[in-house]
Design a protein around this ligand. Structure first.
Ligand SMILES: [Zn+2]
Length: 96
């Protein structure tokens, strides 16, 4: 795999990067108490913002999925990935 900033979990040529964000590590507010401060989660959130901004700046299409969505709404996750692939194909056809 290409050496891509942030080491995405999945890379689809030419520019789609997919991250699976663990709910605890990335501070999911749906699964964990948002009032409980945790320095590791804060560091992850800051790192995520920095990495995603860099990837977008370098023309990557970034998809991020929460662990709870992968576990509970996998069809929606797949739909979003397929949509991004089709969008890329259309852009390639019209040369964008
Ligand atoms: Zn979650």
């Amino acid at each position: 795999m290409k050496n891509i900033k942030g080491r995405p979990d999945i890379f689809i040529e030419p520019n789609i990067v997919i991250f699976s964000d663990g709910c605890w590590w990335h501070g999911c507010e749906k699964c964990y108490n948002r009032n409980k401060f945790n320095i590791r989660q804060l560091k992850s959130k800051i790192r995520d913002i920095f990495i995603i901004a860099k990837l977008i700046e370098n023309d990557y299409k970034v998809l991020r999925f929460w662990e709870h969505d992968i576990n509970n709404n996998f069809e929606e996750v797949l739909d979003e990935i397929i949509f991004a692939i089709n969008e890329r194909k259309i852009k390639d056809k019209i040369g964008v």
